[in-house]
Design a protein around this ligand. Structure first.
Ligand SMILES: Cc1cc2nc3c(=O)[nH]c(=O)nc-3n(C[C@H](O)[C@H](O)[C@H](O)COP(=O)(O)OP(=O)(O)OC[C@H]3O[C@@H](n4cnc5c(N)ncnc54)[C@H](O)[C@@H]3O)c2cc1C
Length: 364
């Protein structure tokens, strides 16, 4: 029986994004899509700067710009500009990248049924040649609004849960909202991928996966906010953030390393190379240590990359203040670029404080 770490049902925007992001984290994954080919959907849609930032992490920003019909100007709050792109070109780009990164993407293959136990998921899939079973550690149901997985789980239309043991609903299959935004659905995949990667690699406890529901499908819907705040300033409030500041979205210009918010974009020189601070995030936890270096050695032996402001990262801007810390502070950023924790100043035992923060966030 073929075995994989994550089986993804549905090769639309959500499923293909999940495959790219999982494969990029080194997770073995198989996508089954019942359509034989990508569906031609000729209407161009705007892909927002936050989605472009995620694409930038996995090496797709320039491809998306090349395949777009038009691109906006970048602003001071993001290294990326919105583009307008036709969906099948967008999905084609994701499929190519997922395969290049090692994911198996099988079009013309339908998920017929599955059985999820405490230890694994066994799925029956059908191709023209017949049926076979795949065993996986986890199943992501990205099978759209008419989700068969929802039905198999016995979910009512108004049931908001999107984690059922080893099965996760993502994108349209999880959405109870009347909107139809590919950007929001790609963020579902982005939020889930690093957590699944951390769990399958044994870095995190399974409870980290509960935070996918809390962060992406909260019981309390955040109050409406200006569109820039909804795009770049939305905040997560869960066990994977220490002392989150609530779920009210911030304007991008207000982002200062608040726990639960997207870390701010600041242009910096990184070993003399011009980059955005956002280019530091993606695969690992990153500790930005305040310029006085009080926390410089706190991450040694822990799964975290450490950069010291003023030494590894230089800028005309005050990078300590840009992240809401003093020169003696530290900010810890998750692989998805959201702030997990910060200490504005020094503590007595920096090593233990950092280790404790990581244990808490990773549910260990
Ligand atoms: C650039 C861009 C362009 C867009 N253009 C359009 C547009 O022109 N028109 C529009 O309406 N929306 C458009 N959107 C919005 C978009 O369609 C949705 O937001 C998004 O596709 C929802 O993604 P999804 O993957 O969750 O669901 P879906 O797109 O519905 O994908 C679900 C997939 O699962 C497959 N599937 C279902 N059941 C099974 C099963 N049992 N086994 C295997 N596979 C299964 C389906 O065949 C389908 O491919 C666009 C979005 C973007 C970003």
């Amino acid at each position: 029986m073929p075995r994989t770490q994550v089986l993804v049902a549905g090769g639309g925007l959500t499923g293909l994004s999940a495959a790219v992001l999982l494969a990029w984290h080194g997770v073995r994954c198989v996508v089954v899509e019942r359509r034989a080919e990508l569906l031609a959907r000729p209407t161009p849609r705007t892909v927002n700067p936050r989605t472009m930032e995620v694409l930038r992490q996995v090496g797709l920003e320039h491809v998306a710009v090349r395949r777009s019909d038009s691109a906006a100007e970048t602003s001071a709050v993001s290294p990326c500009a919105a583009v307008s792109i036709v969906q099948d070109r967008f999905e084609g780009m994701l499929r190519e990248r997922a395969e290049a990164l090692g994911a198996t993407v099988s079009f013309g293959t339908e998920l017929k049924s599955f059985n999820a136990s405490a230890d694994s998921v066994t799925a029956t899939v059908a191709e023209d040649e017949g049926e076979y079973t795949i065993e996986a550690d986890y199943l992501i149901a990205a099978d759209g609004a008419d989700s068969n997985t929802r039905r198999e789980l016995g979910l009512a239309a108004d049931d908001h849960r999107c984690r059922f043991g080893r099965v996760f609903l993502a994108g349209k299959s999880a959405s109870t909202m009347p909107h139809d935004s590919g950007d929001i659905f790609l963020q579902d995949a982005h939020n889930l991928a690093w957590k699944l990667a951390a769990v399958v690699k044994g870095m995190a406890g399974p409870a980290l996966l509960d935070t996918y529901q809390t962060e992406r499908h909260p019981d309390t819907v955040p109050p409406p906010a200006p569109v820039d705040a909804m795009t770049l300033g939305f905040r997560y409030c869960s066990e994977a953030v220490i002392d989150p500041g609530g779920n009210v979205a911030l304007l991008p210009s207000q982002l200062r390393g608040q726990p639960g918010s997207r870390a701010p974009h600041v242009p910096v020189a990184f070993f003399n190379r011009p980059i955005s601070t956002l280019d530091l995030y993606g695969r690992d936890f990153v500790a930005l240590v305040g310029s006085a270096g009080a926390w410089q050695h706190a991450g040694e032996g822990l799964p975290v990359r450490t950069y010291r402001i003023g030494t590894h990262l230089r800028s005309d801007a005050d990078l300590d203040a840009a992240h809401g810390i003093t020169p003696d502070g530290i900010v810890l950023i998750r692989p998805d670029g959201f702030v997990a924790w910060r200490s504005p100043g020094p503590v007595t035992d920096a090593t233990e404080a950092m280790a404790k923060a990581l244990r808490t966030i990773l549910a260990r």
